[in-house]
Design a protein around this ligand. Structure first.
Ligand SMILES: Cc1cc2nc3c(=O)[nH]c(=O)nc-3n(C[C@H](O)[C@H](O)[C@H](O)COP(=O)(O)OP(=O)(O)OC[C@H]3O[C@@H](n4cnc5c(N)ncnc54)[C@H](O)[C@@H]3O)c2cc1C
Length: 395
């Protein structure tokens, strides 16, 4: 039976980042397993937005450190051919008078206290950056120049390539069906290709993390939640890649927007999605009624989009935890098992730092930032990661 120091389950952007960082920190034998292929899970559905705007202080720190990795990606992964597809267009967030205004103000102030470069814009200044939008109702507009979007699949591929170059063994089409244990200690994994032994398992299974509930004592609370994404085209008002990502807290769907393909608008809601009974990332339907409903909100903010056409639409599935924040670190009562799941629709922007600290934990190195706030125990102790907007889709 083959034996490894660490086995990583799941080749999404989180698992590949863990594998890369394990090799980076000198782990000698690492195996990454994915039942389909690298990047084939929910990573391929990501909108790719990179920002440090969070109302949970700990998330700001993970995102801030991750931005510096994305910003100098090829050097970081030590592969001059690597690209994460970064577009540095900035990030704008706006609220009108109402219940989101003070949480936004408090979150911006907290970001400033954490040394994030931020600007406060007047509606006229906002229009200069995003001339296709109307800001007449805006009571507060924050702008992060060091933000934008990137490509989650390219990032996962680059982490995987560099990990492989550093000696990580990567096996696709291998389904992990259980954990091998000796008492409370994990000693390996069972798979469709046989058993593999190891000292530590890192599970980065996203919506499929619920499989762990059948393998270990205790319940993994994670709900697969489907969200729709639309790409709209308006020839008279293209959303160019020089225009910032935009979060509209004043809209009913708390919509987020970015440029798509250089001229189209990518738009999606920042509210609850459709809960799924089974973990299933295959495509769902996007009804015409839904397109009309979201389209009406878009046209309120972007008047020219009243006549925009639907260029394409797709769905993606979030791994939602009870407080919409990830679970990171060791599983209590199961020695040798580390998890990283529950990113609740915002894991890509955190992936470099999350991979780094999970790898550090697996190798018993000090972690760059504490894992404790993200422990699974918070769901029983009540120390939830509640942000300034309250529990929910805006963390
Ligand atoms: C529509 C949408 C928009 C998003 N937009 C953003 C955004 O703008 N910014 C942002 O930061 N984040 C965003 N996210 C979130 C981000 O994309 C995810 O948090 C991130 O990609 C998740 O990566 P992952 O590695 O955890 O999961 P995945 O990519 O889903 O990878 C998990 C992998 O585990 C494998 N696996 C599972 N179980 C097993 C098993 N038993 N054996 C072997 N393999 C297994 C699967 O095959 C899969 O490849 C978005 C997500 C969606 C769905």
């Amino acid at each position: 039976m083959e034996k490894f120091d660490v086995i990583v389950i799941g080749g999404g952007v989180i698992g590949t980042s863990v594998a890369f960082h394990l090799a980076h920190f000198g782990a000698k034998s690492v195996l990454l397993l994915d039942r389909v292929a690298v990047g084939a899970g929910t990573t391929s559905q990501s909108s790719g937005i990179l920002r440090t705007h969070y109302s949970v202080r700990e998330n700001v720190e993970l995102a801030r450190r991750s931005w510096s990795v994305f910003n100098d990606f090829a050097a970081y992964v030590e592969d001059e051919e690597a690209s994460c597809g970064i577009v540095r267009c900035g990030y704008m967030i706006s609220a009108s008078e109402g219940d989101k205004l003070e949480p936004l103000r408090a979150s911006l102030q907290q970001q400033e206290a954490q040394q994030v470069r931020l600007e406060y814009l007047t509606p006229a200044q906002a229009r200069e950056l995003l001339p296709i939008a109307s800001f007449d109702d805006a009571a507060l507009i924050g702008y992060e120049p060091d933000a934008g979007f990137a490509d989650a699949t390219m990032t996962a591929m680059a982490f995987a390539k560099s990990a492989r170059q550093k000696g990580v063994k990567l096996r696709e089409g291998v389904n992990v069906t259980g954990l091998l244990k000796q008492g409370d200690r994990v000693i390996g994994v069972s798979t469709t290709e046989g058993d593999f032994l190891c000292g530590t398992v890192v599970s980065t299974q996203n919506i499929w993390a619920r499989e762990l509930s059948g393998w270990i004592p205790g319940e993994i609370l994670v709900t697969p939640e489907r969200h729709a994404v639309l790409a709209l085209e308006c020839t008279t008002a293209p959303y160019t890649s020089a225009m910032p990502v935009f979060k509209d807290l004043a809209s009913a769907g708390m919509l987020y927007y970015r440029s798509y393909g250089g001229k189209q608008m990518l738009v999606s809601e920042g509210v609850l999605g459709e809960s799924l009974v089974q973990a299933d990332a295959t495509q769902g339907d996007v009804s015409l009624d839904y397109v009309v409903e979201v389209g009406a909100q878009v046209a309120e903010r972007f008047p020219a989009y009243d006549t925009a056409g639907l260029a394409s639409s797709w769905t993606g599935v979030y791994d939602v935890t009870p407080d919409w924040n990830p679970v990171l670190g060791r599983m209590p009562g199961v020695e040798g098992l580390i998890v990283g799941y529950g990113f609740s629709g915002h894991g890509f922007k955190l992936s470099p730092t999350v991979g780094r600290i999970l790898a550090q934990e697996a190798l018993a190195l000090p972690t760059d930032v504490p894992l404790a706030p993200y422990s699974i125990e918070r769901f029983t102790t009540g120390a939830l990661l509640t942000g300034k907007y309250g529990l929910g889709a805006v963390s």
